[in-house]
Design a protein. Sequence first.
Length: 133
Amino acid sequence: HRVNWGLGYAGLDNMDLSLSQEISREKYEMVSNRTGIGKGKNERKVSTSLFLRAQLTPKLVFFCEPRVERVEAPGLKLKFTNNILSGKVEYFSTSNLRMVGEFKSTHVGVRDFDGREYPYTDNFARFKIEFNF
């Protein structure tokens, strides 16, 4: 089960702002026909995020999205919070040249659920230049 809602406003001076929330519940049990090994999930999650887009100049745009995920896993008797911060800066120097800087940082409340090595980690910073012909 999943419920999403959001509230946003795009009329501020060169700024868009929105608040959204997703409430989800996952509960299932599965046994593999091939191996006979069982796997299950019993989790409730409330994810709240604030999205900000600011047009700093006609060529420069800034995006930022802090998100908080409150997770409860009754089967494991766990309650924890994940904090995620992501952002992006876009600069359009000409109509066919765009420079983009992006980052994402995640703090997982339970270290056992944190993928710390490639390909599971989602903390990154990158810069790219795009040419369109």
